[in-house]
Design a protein around this ligand. Structure first.
Ligand code: PLP
Length: 416
């Protein structure tokens, strides 16, 4: 068997061209791919060091903050998550962890592996974190110094009120650890204004960069918290004090080999966001979500999350009765080169997840998705009239254009 398998001739790998409308990675702008293919240089090359400083400036812009300690960690979003926990949670610490989807569950796992105790605030999957429950948990556990929650829960497409939760935590003398993996670049996230403490994200969602980098930003309170630890951070690689010898402002010494070309890519991806303007990027995600939503509704499909708590960049749609969930995803991929996401955990088999993240959030993809999904669902026997969803999406775009034009005329009048 092994011998037969090894006889297959190995040639260069050329991935198929896909439209990535799942929970990440998202499609990547050609400018970012081009930046990645530039020649490698050393991680202490003065030219590279200069680029690192620009990266920090660009990251502060997309995070909407001025926290000096803002940099990309070498590793996926999960390493960003783990870095926050290993640095901030000492053995014996109590941490309030909010769980309303998959990623809150992973936070609990992180707290326990750091030797801490997780006080879990549960909310139903598909609903936001309830700030009242967070406050109750803090009152019952006055010794808890940390509150961890997911801002944009990718497993359900639900957003929670990060500003309010941080306010409550601070009132009780606790810091917040915020998962902004899916929110960064896709929907409003204002780290400084909302007074968030440790915030981590990932490169491959609404930033639309190559996977494997985790932007983080830490308030001064986090720095105090970490420097006041009584015990060593148990991870050598993630220890903030050591990494700062490379990413800090003063020293530049070897810690680990930075993913050089990935950082070229991140620089370009962030630059694209700055050229567009972060508010415009948020608005773009909403514009395309509204068109996609109009199309879904025209097909009679339903969302998992109530309208007021939905993320524009991630929509969980209930699988209609009698439809083979996995077969739909398979056909979208094989016939239309379109990747969408499956449900996770208790939502497995019950929802599809449609991402409109970063560079993927454009009208051509919305139209392809509606057309392909309509085709596949109607061949599975759903009463779908070909073209109706696309027409609804077109109508949504044209209504939005009309509204924007009217707004522009009003603004011009106010100025005049
Ligand atoms: C994707 C995701 C992660 C994990 O990121 P990886 O890059 O896959 O490790 C964590 N939290 C949320 C909310 C995510 O969507």
């Amino acid at each position: 068997m092994a011998a037969a398998a090894s006889r297959k001739k190995i040639t260069s790998f050329h991935p198929p061209q896909r439209v990535l409308m799942g929970p990440g990675p998202s499609n990547i702008n050609p400018r970012v791919l081009a930046a990645m293919s530039l020649p490698v240089i050393g991680y202490l090359d003065p030219a590279f060091v200069e680029m690192m400083e620009e990266l920090k400036t660009l990251l502060r812009y997309v995070f909407q903050t001025d926290y000096p300690l803002t940099y990309p960690i070498s590793g996926p979003g999960s390493v960003g998550m783990e870095s926050c926990f290993v640095n901030m949670v000492s053995p014996g610490d109590k941490v309030i962890v909010c769980r309303n989807g998959v990623f809150g569950g992973r936070m609990i796992e992180n707290v326990e592996r750091c030797g801490g105790t997780a006080i879990v605030v549960e909310d139903e999957w598909g609903t936001p974190v309830d700030p009242n429950k967070v406050e109750d948990a803090l009152k019952k556990n006055p010794d808890a110094r940390l509150v961890a929650f997911v801002h944009a829960e990718t497993s359900t497409g639900c957003v929670s009120d990060a500003k309010l939760i941080a306010e409550i935590a601070h009132k009780h003398d606790a810091l917040v650890i915020v998962d902004a993996v899916t929110s960064l670049g896709g929907s409003p996230l204002k780290v400084k204004e909302w007074d968030l403490d440790a915030v981590y994200s990932a490169s491959q969602k609404c930033i639309s960069c190559t996977p494997g980098l985790a932007p983080v930003t830490y308030s001064d309170r986090v720095v105090d918290h970490v420097t006041n630890r009584k015990t060593k951070v148990q991870s050598w690689f993630m220890d903030l004090n050591l990494i700062l010898n490379y990413w800090g402002n003063t020293t530049r010494t070897y810690h680990h080999t930075a993913p050089i070309n990935g950082l070229f890519a991140l620089h370009e991806a962030l630059l694209l966001l700055r050229e567009e303007g972060i508010e415009n990027a948020w608005a773009r995600h909403t514009r395309h979500y509204l068109a996609l939503k109009a199309g879904f509704e025209a097909m009679g499909l339903q969302f998992l999350v109530k309208e007021e708590s939905r993320l524009p960049q991630m929509s969980a749609i209930l699988v209609p009765e009698g439809v083979n969930e996995a077969a739909v995803r398979r056909t979208l991929l094989s016939e239309f080169n379109l990747e969408i996401g499956a449900g996770l955990g208790p939502l497995a088999g019950k929802v599809w997840r449609f991402g409109l993240m970063g560079y993927t959030a454009q009208s051509a993809n919305v139209m392809l998705c509606l057309s392909a999904l309509g085709s596949v669902l109607s061949s599975q026997g759903l009463p779908i009239k070909v073209g109706e969803a696309e027409a609804a999406a077109h109508q949504s775009y044209s209504n939005q254009h009309a509204k924007a034009a009217q707004q522009a005329r009003q603004n011009a009048l106010v100025k005049a």
